[in-house]
Design a protein around this ligand. Structure first.
Ligand SMILES: C[S@@+](CC[C@H](N)C(=O)[O-])C[C@H]1O[C@@H](n2cnc3c(N)ncnc32)[C@H](O)[C@@H]1O
Length: 208
């Protein structure tokens, strides 16, 4: 599938007036970043903006990037409803070079793409992290297919925290946390557990 076909498929998915995800931020974004001092943040594959909007509401100066214009339009609506400023950028992440070493926080949440594409995006994400800044990657874990709830059914787009660490090797970041985490999901049949891969890493400060 080409990037244009991928984008059209996402645009069709987002076409419904309702949010396809939720307006609430991801629980791991909240728990991993709540204690950080706000600065510039970059949310790659921001979708309908729930995470970027939450960061902006907590004092971050946020840029959200996604290739789906339809998702970004919904993200603009969410930011307006919450009264927070976010800079939205439409771009294909496979050809996107963020400002290097510029962001106190870079987030990539649930970008489920094949390994070569993932590596391209994650290495660009890592390069964007400022000295002392953080990178947070959360994704549907490879083991979720057999052991967890929901998520994509295509094994090629699932990955583990170890896969992320391998992608980031030599990128100059130090892992703070890299593991499989449980995400409880409310379903009509009761609570189910989804398994996510989580990597939280830091670029050492010049004084470290
Ligand atoms: C599962 S959604 C996650 C959205 C958001 N991070 C969240 O947690 O709510 C994945 C997002 O990745 C975006 N995406 C996938 N491939 C992309 C690419 N090559 N360039 C830019 N965005 C991409 C899709 O448009 C979609 O919004």
């Amino acid at each position: 599938m080409t990037a244009a076909m991928d984008r059209e498929a996402w645009d069709r998915r987002y076409a419904d007036a309702e949010l396809i995800w939720t307006a609430e931020p991801n629980r791991f974004l909240v728990s991993e970043t709540a204690s950080l001092t706000p600065g510039r943040a970059l949310d790659l594959a921001c979708g309908e903006g729930r995470n970027a909007v939450w960061l902006a509401g907590n004092g971050w100066e946020v840029t959200g990037v996604d290739f789906s214009e339809v998702a970004l339009e919904k993200a603009r609506g969410l930011a307006a409803a919450r009264g927070v400023p976010v800079r939205w950028e439409a771009a294909d992440l496979l050809a996107y070079t963020p400002e290097p070493h510029a962001y106190g926080l870079v987030t990539v949440l649930y970008l489920q793409v094949p390994a070569t594409e993932r590596r391209t995006v994650l290495r660009a994400a890592a390069e964007a992290v400022a000295p002392g800044g953080r990178l947070l990657v959360v994704a549907h874990d490879a083991s979720n297919l057999e052991l967890g709830y929901g998520g994509p059914r295509e094994p090629a787009v699932l990955y583990s925290a170890q896969d992320v660490l391998a992608d980031l090797e030599g990128a100059g970041l130090q892992a703070i946390r890299a593991e499989r985490v449980q995400r409880p999901v409310s379903t009509p049949e009761g609570e189910r557990i989804a398994l996510d891969a989580l990597v939280h890493a830091q670029r050492p400060d010049a004084t470290d």
